[in-house]
Structure formats: C-alpha cells, structure tokens
Design a protein around this ligand. Structure first.
Ligand code: ZN
Length: 209
C-alpha cells in the first residue's frame, strides 16, 4: 500500500487526521480500523485519529495522489524549504505567488523547479561531505578506525559551518575521538589525552589537510 512508486493500489483510500493543527495522511486500507492503525506511529501523542473515507483518492499514488490532494484543497509543505504550498501556488509574506507546485513522480512536492534543484544539490553535497570527511580523516590520521560519520548538507552555505565530522578510534585510545573536516584539533576524552599525544607524535609529519 505504499504510495510512492506510481502503482495503482487496490484498497480504498481513507484520510486520517490528527492533532490540533490537523495533520493528515491519505492511506489505502481494507477498512477504517486498519487505516487508523497505519497512522498510529505518526499520530502518537497527538490524540485521536479521525478517519474519513475519501473515494476521490481511490487507486491514486505518487504524483497523481499529490495533485489530487492539492486539487482537493490540501496544503503541503515544500520538501526543500519552509513554504506551505497550495494547488494555486504559495504565499511569500503577504504576496500570493501563483505558480503551480513542482511535483516529482514519487509525489514529493516543491515550490517550483528551482526548489527541487536546490534540494537535489543539497543531497549531493551531503553525500559528498560524508565521503569527503572519511577520506580526509583516513589520510590525516593513519591507523584510525572510523566508527561514525556525521555528514553535513550545508558546507559553503554557512561560512565556518560544519562540513562533516567523524568519530574515530585511534591506537591506544579508550574512547572514540571527534574530528571535523579541516579541523586542526581533535576532541578526545580527558583520560585519552596522553594516548592521543603519543599517537599524534607517531604520525610522520606532513602538511595538514
Ligand atoms: Zn520551496
């Protein structure tokens, strides 16, 4: 019953609504109870889930479903930015921008094509930063084992902002240390300070990355 791949779904469509701000999902299910159950996870802590049969969404998924929802008066957030989108467009402050939202085949909706491209670039940068920080860490600190990578999608957009960090185990250390891409310093547990100095002294000197 996933509505992400453009395939027709067999079951009936239901609109589940919950919370003070009327969050809602369209789900395809055999009956109202199973529709409600499939939204339990989202609505946890927001009170009761109201379920309404929505024949106008029967068999729709992906972009078709998103377009039908917007034609039905739904308001949806842009996948990339903070704008709330309507079938006719969006507000920018008090101004109405009449521009049909850009809907991807999977159903994700954006203000327009440029919001979609910005999102795609950010995802690419995020992946690049994750790989980049692993490569840099491995070259800079021989013999380490990377235990966790924290990527960042935002390098270049926030000057001085994080561009990816790794948690790494180093020879002789008891706890993982933290190193950010381009950082001169490594953050180590207090009890590991001596072990780090010893490890760092053992690295052949070369230019810092
Ligand atoms: Zn947007």
């Amino acid at each position: 019953m996933k509505s992400t791949d453009g395939r027709k779904t067999n079951h009936a469509a239901w609109t589940c609504t919950w919370g003070d701000d009327h969050r809602a999902e369209v789900v395809h299910a055999m009956d109202a109870d199973s529709a409600r159950r499939s939204c339990d996870g989202y609505a946890d802590g927001y009170g009761d889930i109201a379920v309404k049969r929505s024949p106008q969404f029967d068999g729709l998924s992906g972009a078709e479903l998103t377009r039908a929802q917007m034609a039905d008066g739904w308001q949806m957030p842009c996948t990339d930015c903070e704008h709330e989108l309507y079938g006719w467009g969006r507000y920018d402050g008090d101004d109405e921008i009449h521009a049909e939202p850009f809907v991807r085949p999977c159903g994700a909706v954006y203000c327009d094509r440029s919001c979609y491209l910005a999102h795609a670039r950010r995802l690419g940068r995020y992946a690049g930063n994750r790989v980049g920080v692993m490569i840099d860490a491995t070259e800079r600190w021989p013999g380490i084992e990377i235990v966790h990578v924290i990527g960042s999608a935002y390098s270049g957009e926030r000057p001085g902002g994080p561009v990816g960090q790794v948690r790494l185990r180093f020879p002789g250390g008891r706890y993982p240390a933290t190193w950010g891409r381009g950082d001169r310093h490594v953050y180590v547990a207090q009890c590991d300070a001596a072990a780090w100095r010893e490890y760092a002294a053992s690295i052949p000197t070369k230019d810092a990355p």
